[in-house]
Design a protein around this ligand. Structure first.
Ligand code: AR6
Length: 185
């Protein structure tokens, strides 16, 4: 992790590689097959090891993958986190009017699954903003609003960490979170 930025006690911003993060759970931007892929998904499967794919295959056999906006949980294997929560963000398309709601669902359902598994600290990558091409500023607004609303009505999660891999996302989050902090002060 290169930088650390404490916005308030329950929302934190970091820049770097989510696979190295010490949190109860890290979230994966997966796809509906749960069989791995590129981007953060590839990095998580590489760092966590074969056990993650084995658990994903068991989930697939049980429920046939993971729908867009839903979430499932596995071990984090060799990574410092305890769990990986795999969620699937929407692929961006201008005509897809449901994309905003689906992205919000991905964050909310990940948080709900975290609570079910007694997770207190959870780290999110910037879901859908890579291979799925969701506009970064719009995705950040949805992510922050959804997490903030969730935290205001759920006290069980102690900390949510937004982990930005690229500088552009980091700057967007920094600005939005500073504004949020300013509004609340
Ligand atoms: N740590 C944190 N963030 C990362 C890392 C990392 N190690 N690597 C990339 N990112 P993407 P998506 C950021 O493409 O858009 C996969 O093939 C990256 O900079 O990983 O939801 C899946 O299997 C970007 O901001 O996910 C799906 O098929 C963010 O993670 C598809 O990609 C998300 O980029 C999902 O696409």
């Amino acid at each position: 992790m290169v930088e650390k930025f404490n916005m308030n006690t329950r929302i934190e911003l970091q820049k770097g590689d989510i696979t190295r993060l010490h949190a109860d759970a890290i979230v994966n931007a997966a796809n509906t097959s749960l069989l791995g892929g590129g981007g953060v998904d590839g990095a998580i499967h590489r760092a966590g090891g074969q056990i993650i794919l084995e658990e994903c295959i068991k989930i697939r056999n049980r429920q046939g993958g993971c729908a867009v906006g839903e979430a499932v949980i596995t071990t984090a294997g060799n990574m410092p986190a305890k769990f990986v929560i795999h969620t699937v963000g929407p692929v961006w398309s201008k005509s897809n009017t449901g994309a905003d709601a689906l992205l919000s669902n991905a964050y909310r359902n990940s948080l709900q699954l975290a609570i079910k598994n007694d997770v207190k600290t959870i780290a999110f990558p910037n879901i859908s903003t890579g291979i799925y091409h969701f506009p970064k500023d719009k995705a950040a607004e949805i992510a922050i609003r959804t997490v903030k609303d969730f935290l205001s009505s759920n006290t069980k999660i102690e900390k949510v960490i937004f982990v930005c891999f690229d500088e552009e996302n980091y700057r967007i989050y920094e600005k939005l979170l500073e504004e949020l902090l300013y509004l609340e002060s």
